[in-house]
Design a protein around this ligand. Structure first.
Ligand code: SF4
Ligand code: SF4
Length: 163
């Protein structure tokens, strides 16, 4: 009985202490918390330092994806004006974020570190089609730190209402 009363008082003390402490509620999406670098959120397709696309259209990411969320179509590179360093590049690259479970298997399977999951929160929206992100939505403008969160410009390419 006394043990139970002690636990009750301890619980009530915690309630009172938190009741008068400052709220830590984040007003998402107006305010966005910085997520840990290892957080698996929105994807990015990366470039090499010389600006060429890393993706060589091998489809290993699509094969590894347990949710069947990735579509890759490859095309031959023009040697005079290559898109990627390989023989081929991804002429189409799409991820259906509605299907994606953010497991990171695509990142682990990629032999050239082209696809990465960034510490950027996942979006919300009302239309299913909004969640299909294309290569243009995913491809970074300039090479950089793979694990940096998506910039506002990168997010703006896909006009999901809440990011
Ligand atoms: S994070 Fe997982 S589920 Fe999402 S696209 Fe990559 S492999 Fe598929
Ligand atoms: S992202 Fe990587 S694994 Fe996927 S098609 Fe491109 S090179 Fe291959």
């Amino acid at each position: 009985m006394l043990k139970g009363l002690g636990a009750l008082l301890k619980g009530m003390a915690t309630t009172f202490r938190l009741f008068f402490s400052k709220s830590i509620t984040v007003q998402y999406p107006e305010q966005r918390r910085a997520m840990p670098r290892r957080f698996r959120g929105r994807h990015r397709l990366r470039r090499h330092e010389n600006g060429l696309e890393r993706c060589i259209g091998c489809s290993l990411c699509a094969a590894a994806c347990p949710a069947d969320a990735i579509i890759v179509e490859a095309a031959e590179n023009d040697p005079a004006n290559p898109v990627s360093p390989g023989e081929r590049y991804a002429s189409r690259y799409e991820i259906d974020l509605y299907r994606c479970i953010f497991c990171g298997e695509c990142e682990a399977a990629c032999p050239v570190d082209a696809i990465v999951l960034t510490p950027t929160l996942t979006p919300s929206d009302y239309s299913r089609q909004s969640f299909v992100v294309s290569k243009a939505d995913l491809l970074e403008d300039h090479p950089g730190d793979a694990k940096r969160p998506l910039t506002d410009e990168e997010l703006a390419r896909r006009s999901l209402s809440i990011r």
